[in-house]
Design a protein around this ligand. Sequence first.
Ligand SMILES: *[C@@H]1O[C@H](CO)[C@@H](O)[C@H](O)[C@H]1NC(C)=O
Ligand SMILES: *[C@@H]1O[C@H](CO)[C@@H](O)[C@H](O)[C@H]1NC(C)=O
Length: 462
Amino acid sequence: MDSGMLAANASPYDRLVQALALIPISYYLFAALFIFLAFLYTFLEIHFLHDLLTLFRGYPVTLTYNSSSHLCQSLLSNCNILRGRYSVTPWLSGPHLQTVFLSVFGRAPPVTYRRHLFLTSDGGTIALDWLTYSDVTEGRSRVIDDSAAIKRDKTPIMIVIPGLTSDSSSAYAKHLAFNMARNGWNVVVSNHRGLGGVSLTSDCFYNAGYTEDLRKLIDHIHCEYPEAPLFAVGASIGANILVKYLGEDGTNTPLVGAAAICSPWDLLICDRFINRKPVQKMYDRALTVGLKGYAQLHQSILSRLADWEGITKSRSVRDFDKHATRILGKFETVDTFYRRSSSVNHVSNVSVPLLCISALDDPLCTREAIPWDECRVNENIILATTPRGGYLAFYEGITASSLWWVRAVDEFFGVLRTSPLIKERQKNFLLFYCRSKAAVWQSHCNLQLMKGHIWMLWKIDW
Ligand SMILES: *[C@@H]1O[C@H](CO)[C@@H](O)[C@H](O)[C@H]1NC(C)=O
Ligand SMILES: *[C@@H]1O[C@H](CO)[C@@H](O)[C@H](O)[C@H]1NC(C)=O
């Protein structure tokens, strides 16, 4: 009897096994590979097939703003990028691909900053990295020694506030700085305390809700360049700090406009989100490694921290915040820290034009935390969301050479600078500022500023 033939009285299972054994092993390997790829495609949330079927025509940008706001309407009517679509780089069609590509490769343009150290009153040091038009175009800087020329410099200044554990060397900061400097802006990246290669010089640590450094820095730059219009861009935690500052100070800020990119908005919701799924936990780990490295680097000065074993064993941002940030920031519990530091509580009081950009597939700063309703009520806020983009990435073009949000911010600030509605606001601000600072004009800077503002008021064509 032929051994390949199945015995008539064998059980159905034996027959099945014998039949399956007849299929070549390579078919099984192909099937396994296919299943693995399908799993990876889903796990990494890749949407290449969808993009291919829609012929890469991109995703619409959803704009959320107060429909009765004249300011938003007039600004948006000139912002073609925000009213257009965002087309993802075809080989980066997935939030994790975008995010990992940004942090590993980045494709950042060559940028050489000029560093100035800014000392705060509590003894802290903040490294300010400047990039100007001549740095980008001529590859060297024209150093202006004439302080009178600086006082009269009208070139707009953009202040960049980076995210958690990132600094001016991050790819997105370089993309933004290079792009804006090339378009004639003076860019200054404000590294958080202890980052950007400078030591901590006081035991005050930055955290997601600490706005004092930003406030002092903005006043300092406004004092140095009283005639330059000031703008600010915050990324991730930097966006949270910026929006919180804007809400806390309301109309009392010299900023003309601002942008918040991929803000976490609500730290409590984001904390719950990154602890939920295995993919998010990987990001959580990566961020924790960065935070631990930062704390250990400055261990000698952070004498208030006692539980170093807890810090080194931290496996999540939450653990780290429990052992370090909470104690340095003097919060009772981690959740209290998250609740009090969330910028979402301050959205309603923002009084300068603010562009917020978030991707709905952001793997870190979840869409669940986006304050849609609060943005819709405030007449100064435009919230732009795209279905795709990842965390701070938004790569576009076949060579992934540019970031969509950088172009959107560039255009928005450009429109803002020339808007007649803004000129009107600036006039009111100058009047207000002169009045409010009159009480404290004993300091040299205020006196100088006051003179500058009165001079500017006088020059304005009423
Ligand atoms: C809102 O802004 C004003 C200034 O315009 C400020 O005095 C006030 O403290 C702010 N309110 C809150 C709740 O931060
Ligand atoms: C738009 O702003 C006005 C004035 O602040 C407010 O009364 C109105 O409710 C807002 N509109 C929406 C849709 O929230």
